[in-house]
Design a protein around this ligand. Structure first.
Ligand SMILES: NC(=O)c1ccc[n+]([C@@H]2O[C@H](COP(=O)([O-])OP(=O)(O)OC[C@H]3O[C@@H](n4cnc5c(N)ncnc54)[C@H](O)[C@@H]3O)[C@@H](O)[C@H]2O)c1
Ligand SMILES: [Zn+2]
Length: 677
């Protein structure tokens, strides 16, 4: 008896605790996902937990809390932007994973509407970050993120860098309205950004969605402008919408100049909705961007009004989530690749398996932590997923199929290539081979980088030829290329007189490649194409760059501490200096050419400018370019060395105070133009 009473007494407390624990957990995941753009569990796992909480709350209404993650849109506002209240709330969407869920939804809405006569629009669910654009008299006036649904971050300046978003509409449409869409990063652009990151030895970005969302939160719009973001629109909010249906409204949006994808259909029944879903479940892999489901919406706007909203989502819409393309297969072997910067990447060699239309044999295992976290072992049956990334990834292990003699994976301690002991810096997920100048793969990858299209663009030599030349002892570094002789090359495997000649011609031609590309080619870590261009324009020749101090470097516009340190350590190494001197002797361009100086003047003669605020005549980047083209230099922050500050509207108060205390003249853009004339 006593035991029973205790049990009954304890039960509600347990459920309450369980509910609170789930709420806590979900709040943490929301924070990781929306604020840090770095989720630590899969969306599917997240959705399961949310559904579990929904169920517990429905069964135990006494624990209702308006602040529960089931009652609120998951996002948050950040402190880095102006917080703006939404005129019309922004909602999330209810999720479903099965046809039954959709049929239940249909029943619910038909019951509320008291009619069988409902048609739907089906759209794809674009995977990015939601945005609300406000137009007044045909002009874009603000762009705000969803935030917590009530208020969001005002990111107008960043949004204006996205070329497909019309700043002024083709025709007037209502006095004012809002249009909502998804900021996405197409696969192409995402993969290109990652190639560049890998190129300079940075960890690649995880996935397009996080990267798109993270890009919106960058403080520097010129950085955002470099990212190939796009915006797909799906909803107009207007007081006096002249259209009667959602579909017609979207057509109108398209006419106004917005990018509204074509994969939209009006469906007269759930059967037609299912057909749309099935079609796009496979066709979506041909799209240039990521989609994670289909959004089904009641087409009639009058019916939408009648249905209204729950605390979190419209009743008139529901998302159907695609299942991620996943297959299981056997992991035969783990091999380790050495990158140009010495970074080690573990690779899963798989029993070939068909996945999303391609045969997959290899998949990325990321790093030692990932292998340990998932306890991945050779012989395991593993789950492989393919997203928009070039290389598929292993996401889990089917433990029920683990062989009884399986052994935990022991990560390598020494370089598979040169046997040097690997190192791991604090805060870095990857292991590195520190033998930068002796490790064969690092040597050949550096030469391969040197000849690559974006660098010296040497025709007639490919990556394999470099390996061959290295193996044969003909080149040890990129400078050796310029000593190669035809008669040395001809006897090599798979070489003929013609190909040897082509190589020599290609190498000779590369002597004309401009300085900024040479600077990129010599492979200073973190100096990518853009940074190389910046440094070349600022320092004009390699010797000036070599003499730059840390303070000089970090004061160059857009050059941070990491790059500055890397430049300094590159020139601390004798071998690098010897190579650079040799390149100079061979006649490579180690200073800006006269041609690239054309149209440029020396009027500003080394004067250092700091640019601050928003400008009317120039856009910020053009202003900086103009300063550099006329012999001036642009610095990132105000110091004693600054000669002038060109101030636009909204110059930051701390900059203003600093300028005044150092008595540095503050001029307008008009003053600047006068200075040039
Ligand atoms: N893994 C994690 O830790 C974690 C944490 C939080 C949230 N999540 C995931 O995020 C999702 C929840 O995020 P959410 O609240 O933004 O909901 P959601 O992304 O599932 O759906 C709502 C959003 O879909 C977007 N959308 C795209 N195409 C659309 C279209 N054609 N029509 C209308 N809207 C369209 C809109 O921006 C809208 O705000 C869930 O899938 C969840 O799994 C994951
Ligand atoms: Zn090595």
């Amino acid at each position: 008896m006593i035991i029973l009473a205790l049990k009954i007494k304890n039960m509600p407390i347990n459920i309450e605790q369980k509910i609170n624990k789930l709420r806590e957990e979900l709040r943490m995941h929301n924070y990781n996902y929306y604020v840090l753009d770095n989720a630590t569990i899969s969306d599917y796992e997240f959705d399961l937990k949310l559904k579990e909480l929904e169920k517990l709350e429905a069964e135990n209404p006494q624990f209702f809390d308006p602040n529960s993650p089931t009652q609120r849109v998951g996002g948050e506002i950040t402190k880095n932007f102006k917080t703006v209240e939404h005129k019309n709330r922004m909602y999330s969407l209810d999720n479903s994973y099965s046809k039954e869920d959709l049929q239940d939804w249909e029943k619910r809405i038909k019951k509320i509407l008291e009619t069988e006569d409902v048609s739907y629009t089906c759209e794809l669910k674009y995977d990015g970050a939601s945005i609300n654009l406000s137009y007044e008299n045909g002009v874009l006036v603000s762009a705000v993120t969803r935030g917590d649904g009530f208020q969001g971050d005002e990111v107008t300046a960043n949004i204006k860098t996205i070329k497909s978003i019309p700043l002024v509409l083709k025709e007037a449409f209502l006095e004012n309205f809002e249009i909502r869409g998804e900021i996405i990063l197409p696969f192409d652009g995402f993969n290109k950004m990652n190639e560049e990151r890998i190129d300079i030895g940075e960890e690649p970005y995880k996935n397009p969605r996080n990267t798109a969302s993270g890009s919106l939160k960058l403080q520097d719009s010129s950085e955002v402008a470099k990212r190939p973001l796009d915006c797909l629109l799906y909803h107009i909010v207007a007081n006096k919408n002249p259209k009667a249906t959602h579909f017609e409204t979207l057509e109108k949006a398209r006419e106004l100049g917005f990018k509204v994808p074509n994969a939209i259909e009006v469906c007269k029944s759930m059967e037609e909705v299912f057909t749309f879903i099935e079609n796009w479940n496979t066709k979506r892999f041909d799209l240039p961007y990521e989609t994670d489901g289909v959004v089904v919406k009641v087409n009639s706007l009058a019916q939408q009004d009648e249905l209204g909203y729950t605390a979190k989502s419209p009743r008139w819409a529901i998302a159907y989530k695609f299942k991620t393309e996943q297959e299981s297969t056997v992991l035969n072997e783990i091999t380790y690749q050495v990158g140009r910067t010495g970074a080690i990447t573990p690779v899963a060699n798989l029993e070939p398996v068909q996945l999303a239309g391609t045969t997959v044999k290899r998949a990325s295992l990321h790093n030692a932590d990932q292998i340990e976290k998932l306890d991945i072992r050779v012989g395991d049956t593993v789950f492989v997923e393919k997203g928009g990334e070039i290389i598929p990834k292993v996401v889990g292990v089917d433990l029920s199929k683990r062989p009884s003699n399986s052994e935990p994976t022991v990560y390598i301690t020494h370089c598979p290539d040169c046997n040097t002991e690997l190192v791991r810096k604090e805060g870095d997920a990857k292991h590195y081979c520190p033998n930068e100048y002796g490790c064969p793969t690092q040597i050949t990858s550096r030469i391969q980088h040197f000849i690559s299209r974006k660098a010296m663009d040497i025709d007639g030599i490919g990556a394999e030829t470099i390996e061959l030349l290295f193996k044969e002892g003909l080149v040890q570094n990129y400078a050796d290329l310029y000593e190669l002789k035809e008669e040395e090359i001809i006897p090599l495997e798979r070489m003929a007189e013609k190909s040897a000649q082509n190589m020599i011609v290609g190498i000779e031609k590369s002597k004309k490649i401009p300085f900024e590309k040479v600077l990129f080619a010599i492979g200073i870590r973190f100096v990518g194409e853009t940074v190389a261009k910046k440094l070349a324009n600022h320092y004009k020749n390699i010797d000036a760059l070599k003499q730059a101090t840390f303070e000089d470097l970090v004061n160059v516009d857009e050059i941070g501490e990491k790059i500055a340190k890397s430049v300094l350590s590159f020139f601390k190494i004798d071998l690098n200096n010897q190579l650079v001197e040799r390149l100079k002797e061979y006649g490579l361009q180690l200073e800006l050419s006269e041609e690239s100086q054309e149209g440029k003047t020396e009027i500003l003669n080394g004067k250092i400018f700091v640019v601050s605020g928003v400008f009317k005549i120039f856009n910020r980047n053009d202003l900086k370019k103009s300063i550099e083209d006329n012999g001036g230099k642009v610095a990132s922050s105000i110091s004693k060395k600054t000669n002038f500050i060109i101030a636009g509207d909204n110059m930051g108060p701390s900059k203003l105070a600093k300028a005044e205390s150092l008595e540095i003249p503050i001029i307008t853009e008009t003053d600047y133009i006068k200075m040039l004339n």
